[in-house]
Design a protein around this ligand. Structure first.
Ligand SMILES: NC(=O)c1ccc[n+]([C@@H]2O[C@H](COP(=O)([O-])OP(=O)(O)OC[C@H]3O[C@@H](n4cnc5c(N)ncnc54)[C@H](O)[C@@H]3O)[C@@H](O)[C@H]2O)c1
Length: 413
């Protein structure tokens, strides 16, 4: 954890705890990758007191593995699986938001089950199945001994993606059984965007198997009050919807607009449009363009209180771009004397890896939610990692602070 983050967490503690503290506060502080020396200085206690607190609370040595089932072994799944291997050596943290988060390293994530429907992936070892995606293999992934199981196709395939996905003509396994037998505690839903029926189906299966559910797709699950209530009643966390990229058009668009507004520039109009390859771009264009555009535009606009016309979405599918994405940002504003300021910017990214760092944080935070016994739609995690969280978008700074407080077990005001 970086010095800035340490200072950030310290400032939260200084503000909330002062000189009084409870056992669980000391334990969470240690979980957040602080040393004994940090804790001694911060709480003004001795090493012996810390040891006593750990003994008193029968602290098992963290971290234990975080057992995840993946539904949809596509490009985003490939990036996450490669990331778990890539960062294992711990000597290279480039590209991670938090090398250690809430006491967990990214390599503490263990994929225990994988479900897909493509003939190119089903019944293969997960390490082989990921090579069937557009995203090239950057990390060496050893045999994982997780066989990709056949899922329930439902609306996972449309005419335009049938050739690319090539669905297998075999029966689905019993998903609840598969999840239970694998020991999964979290289901990570990485289905194609627009596959609403399939996403709902797997959310229900996740409930029955008593797993937390993370919905990276734009299908409305975490924002659905009915689903939130079901997960709440089952004592399980529900996180979503529509994963936020680490550094994509949405975040850049928001930050630049904010800076321009802070500098006194009046925004007149703006758009951010993407072109990309892969099945995900095809799905977006043919069935989720409307909802994606609504979510992205709302996400940019809502935290800035903007009245100017803003459009954010996907404009086309370019097959040879594969897992790459080009985002075009256009902003027009007025500065001093009404003089026109025009910003015309292009960002080139790789889709799968762009979701990896946030996924790693969100999975680790979900494990903490399970530890804490939090249930229902968890807004503190959703508004940090997703474009359409249940309570709406907030500023990045507030989302980061709320997540840090959540992990520390401090109630947000
Ligand atoms: N940076 C990112 O990667 C990012 C960012 C935001 C949102 N997301 C969301 O993550 C999701 C996954 O993105 P991706 O790029 O990996 O997509 P992808 O098209 O590469 O992968 C989807 C996978 O789902 C499988 N599938 C289809 N129907 C299925 C079913 N019924 N059951 C099981 N498997 C099924 C497909 O065979 C494929 O392997 C999308 O909904 C996308 O909107 C990703």
């Amino acid at each position: 954890m970086s010095v800035t983050h340490n200072l950030f967490f310290l400032s939260i503690f200084n503000f909330n705890v002062a000189k009084k503290f409870r056992d669980d506060e000391v334990l969470r502080y240690l979980e957040l990758n602080h040393t004994y020396d940090d804790a001694m200085e911060f709480f003004e206690i001795s090493r012996m007191t810390i040891s006593r607190i750990k003994k008193r609370n029968k602290v098992k040595h963290m971290p234990e593995k975080i057992k995840v089932a993946i539904v949809g072994v596509g490009n985003a799944a490939s990036a996450l699986i490669q990331g778990i291997e890539y960062y294992k050596s711990r000597s290279n943290n480039v590209g991670l938001l938090h090398p250690t988060f809430a006491g967990y390293h990214i390599s503490d994530i263990e994929i225990v089950s994988a479900i897909d429907i493509s003939i190119k992936k089903v019944e293969k070892d997960l390490s082989e199945a990921i090579s069937e995606n557009d995203l090239e293999l950057i990390a060496k992934v050893p045999r994982l001994n997780v066989k990709v199981q056949m899922g329930n196709i439902l609306d996972g395939v449309i005419d335009q993606t049938r050739k690319l996905i090539a669905p297998a003509k075999i029966d689905s396994v019993n998903i609840v059984n598969e999840l239970k037998m694998s020991g999964a505690e979290i289901v990570l839903c990485l289905l194609p965007s627009g596959a609403d029926k399939a996403v709902k189906f797997y959310a229900e299966q996740s409930l029955q198997a008593e797993c937390a559910f993370i919905n990276t797709t734009p299908s409305p699950i975490a924002v659905d009050k009915n689903f939130a209530r079901k997960f709440h009643d089952a004592g399980l966390p529900l996180i979503g919807d529509d994963l936020q990229d680490q550094f994509g058009a949405t975040i850049v668009h928001k930050q630049i607009l904010r800076q321009m507004i802070d500098q006194g520039v009046e925004i007149k109009e703006s758009y951010a449009l993407d072109v990309g390859g892969g099945a995900e771009s095809l799905n977006t264009i043919h069935r989720s363009r409307g909802i994606k555009r609504e979510i992205k535009s709302k996400s940019v606009k809502s935290s800035l209180n903007l009245k100017a016309p803003i459009v954010a979405g996907t404009s086309d599918y370019v097959p040879h771009m594969k897992n790459s994405r080009n985002s075009m940002l256009w902003i027009v504003g007025n500065g001093f004397l009404g003089s026109e300021i025009v910003l015309d910017l292009k960002i080139q990214t790789k889709d799968g890896p762009n979701g990896g760092a946030i996924l790693a944080d969100v999975i680790r935070a979900t494990k903490i939610a399970l530890h804490q016994g939090s249930s229902g739609a968890i807004d503190e995690i959703s508004s940090y990692g997703f474009k359409n969280p249940p309570k709406g978008t907030i500023s990045i700074e507030t989302a980061q602070k709320n997540l840090a407080n959540f992990v520390l077990g401090i109630k947000n005001q």
